[in-house]
Write a protein that binds this ligand. Structure first.
Ligand code: GNR
Ligand code: NI
Length: 179
């Protein structure tokens, strides 16, 4: 069991496309276990392998933190097979610190993936699970939720983040833009 380091924007590794897992091995099972520990410790409702610097198509999710570990998804090579409707959800990301924004996504998705035994599974999702699945699969394709908001909002965030990294000082509340 190990906690993994979560990469933060603007780490260039977050923009890489992850490769499919060809065989689900003991190493895959170990990575999934470490990713789950890291996700719960953060805490977050999902985590993609890309966020811990592993460019393999692996995602873990648990959107029910009231009853942790009862509805855990361990997904290998997940892909969206059907999506329907639209919604707008206020998203955050463990790799995008101190920022949330509304993002438009599909309302319902069907996702097919392998589980930790290499068995194919189909998931029908709506609400937060649907949003989180789309958010995590985006990570595997090198995309962050800030790539899905207006350029104005993204630029305000990326400038604030770069300034923070340069100076080590958080801008005051009044200059923070959380829209
Ligand atoms: O913990 C998380 N919460 C969240 C809230 C709304 C939309 C997406 C997410 S995913 C995020 C964890 C994360 O960054 N996963 O990649
Ligand atoms: Ni994220």
């Amino acid at each position: 069991m190990a906690l993994l380091e979560i990469l933060k924007y603007p780490d260039p590794r977050l923009s890489k496309v992850a490769r499919p897992v060809s065989n689900v091995t003991d190493a895959t099972v170990q990575l999934i276990s470490d990713m789950l520990e890291t996700m719960y410790a953060a805490p977050g409702v999902g985590l993609a392998a890309t966020q811990v610097g592993v460019l393999q198509r692996i995602v873990v999710l648990d959107v029910d933190h009231e009853n942790p570990r009862t509805n855990v998804y361990k997904l290998v090579n997940p892909f969206i097979t059907h999506s329907e409707g639209q919604l707008v959800w206020e998203e955050g990301c463990l790799s995008v610190v101190d920022f949330t924004a509304e993002v438009r996504r599909a309302e319902h998705v069907q996702v097919v993936a392998l589980d930790e035994h290499g068995k194919e599974r189909t998931i029908e999702a709506e609400g937060l699970l649907a949003v989180a699945l789309q958010h995590e699969i985006d990570h595997l394709d090198g995309k962050l939720f800030i790539d899905r908001i207006s350029r104005l909002k993204r630029d305000l965030y990326t400038r604030r983040r770069r300034k923070m990294l340069r100076t080590g000082i958080e801008p005051s509340e009044s200059t923070q833009v959380m829209i």
